[in-house]
Design a protein around this ligand. Structure first.
Ligand code: AOS
Ligand code: ZN
Ligand code: ZN
Length: 465
């Protein structure tokens, strides 16, 4: 394996020894025309050059794996094609460092504007061919010039995925507060402000070519007795119905659930059942959104996925990982087997539930310490690994073993797929899409973070969180 360079940010003395201007393999100019040129260069020439370092190792590994899979009856070309087609949206808030209630450590060269954020997604997409969409948060990401933003995104082959409303922070223009909830509030004038905000978010999305709205509510209570559960749910339902009716006819509404945080005694939409009930109350184009981190420990998420897909109601999906309760860790970093089991149900549902639309995939993670772009590259890799493993599951054999009630064989079949090192398939898919065989190694050897620091400065602060 080729050695990876250390990230410069990890070693301050190294930063001094290697000033940014002595290592520019590529010039980053984020102003549109030259950035566009750079992207073309990054895709065609630079990535080819990068790939030439890895191709000799990759090819025999891929051929060996492809051959053994073909022998088992796997159509390897179909798997590669599906990997190439999978596109996962990057949320604008994941491009800067996240934080906790104890503080936030900005990362060097963070994107300070919407243009910067889109450019960052462009870098990830060029390296992986898997991040062809961005999910915006309003009001953090309201474009100043819609045409310029659309042009920039199009030049990087990036679409606008679901737009996200924010009724968990008061805005300066508000003369009321979300302190005791937004769509659930006992005060109808607060509910009205929150509804109007969602309608403005839809308008912003319309102008960008987005066609879905994600609603995540912080609404809930911190103390027993603080909130009338029934009234809060009823108010939320009426507010959501209003928003749903105001959406264009081809839009979808994704309703996210979360058992706790920032409220710690109760949340109004605490689980998938509540979300599904609200979605069904709104109408056909309202769906449940599953965020992996929004479950109490040991919840059987794969079963939730199966149930929702059977009902045709799994609309959105947020990837992340967690050990205890945080929902911000890198996908696959803690529970890769659980991720595989979830993907197994997703693949089953995509093949057997035509009533369920293709879910809108998004990474929803942003934490304190890693280079956010490297973290997203790792998350995309983990998503694709679990997806590829799930595509290898011998579905016919599994169904037969289930019929025979052969629990041992069922486990053998699942784990045979899970224990396959599918990374050569991912590398091949990227190679066929003119992306990077090894995205993180190339990101590092191209000194991309250094170029961003050069452009944006060491102490930029991402808008939003
Ligand atoms: C919050 O926990 C939810 O996961 C949201 O989907 C999202 O992270 C939030 O809207 C970002 O601010
Ligand atoms: Zn989420
Ligand atoms: Zn979350």
């Amino acid at each position: 394996m080729v050695e990876w360079p250390t990230p410069l940010s990890a070693n301050p003395s190294l930063q001094q020894q290697r000033p940014v201007d002595v290592v520019p393999l590529i010039e980053f100019d984020i102003s549109l025309p030259s950035f566009k040129k750079m992207e073309m260069k990054l895709n065609a020439e630079i990535l080819n050059e990068q790939n030439s370092r890895f191709i000799e190792t990759h090819k025999p590994e891929y051929h060996f794996l492809a051959q053994s899979l073909e022998k088992k009856g796997v159509q390897v070309n179909d798997v590669i094609k599906k990997l190439q087609e999978l596109q996962v949206a990057i949320p604008s808030w994941a491009l800067g460092a996240g934080g906790t209630r104890f503080g936030r450590f900005s990362y060097q060269g963070e994107p300070a504007s919407l243009e910067n954020k889109i450019s960052d997604v462009g870098i990830i997409h060029a390296l992986t061919n898997t991040a062809g969409a961005i999910s915006l948060h309003i009001p953090w990401d309201i474009p100043k010039d819609y045409n310029a933003i659309k042009e920039l995104a199009a030049s990087l082959d990036i679409k606008f995925d679901a737009v996200n409303s924010n009724t968990f922070q008061d805005q300066p223009s508000m003369n009321k507060s979300y302190r005791f909830g937004s769509l659930c509030n006992t005060d109808s004038s607060v509910r009205e402000i929150a509804i109007q905000h969602n309608l403005e978010v839809i308008d912003t999305g319309k102008k960008l070519g987005s066609n879905s709205l994600t609603v995540w509510l912080a609404d809930g209570s911190n103390f027993p007795g603080q909130q009338n559960f029934q009234e809060a749910l009823q108010n939320t339902k009426e507010s959501l119905k209003h928003i749903y009716k105001s959406m264009p006819d081809d839009w979808k509404l994704f309703i996210e659930y979360k058992p706790y945080e920032p409220n710690f005694y109760s949340t109004v939409i605490q689980d998938w059942g509540t979300s599904l009930m609200l979605a069904e109350g709104c109408g056909q184009r309202a769906y449940t959104l599953v965020d992996l981190g929004h479950h109490l420990p040991n919840t059987n998420i794969e079963q939730i996925v199966a149930t929702l897909m059977m009902k045709g109601k799994l609309g959105g999906f947020h990837f992340n990982d967690s050990k205890y309760g945080d929902d911000d860790l890198t996908v696959g970093s803690v529970k890769p087997y659980a991720l595989f089991l979830i993907w197994n149900e997703l693949v089953y549902g995509m093949e057997n539930n035509p009533n369920n639309p293709s879910p809108a995939w998004m990474i929803d993670a942003s934490h304190n310490i890693k280079d956010p772009l490297e973290d997203l590259l790792q998350s995309l890799e983990a998503i694709q690994i679990a997806y590829a493993q799930a595509l290898l599951v011998d579905q016919k054999g599994l169904q037969e073993a289930q019929k025979q009630q052969d629990a041992t064989l069922c486990q053998e079949i699942l784990q045979d797929a899970y224990r396959t090192d599918v990374r050569p398939l991912l590398r091949e898919a990227r190679l066929c899409s003119s992306a990077a065989i090894e995205p993180i190694a190339s990101y590092r050897s191209l000194n991309i973070r250094n170029q961003l620091i050069k452009e944006r400065g060491l102490h930029t602060v991402a808008s939003g969180l």
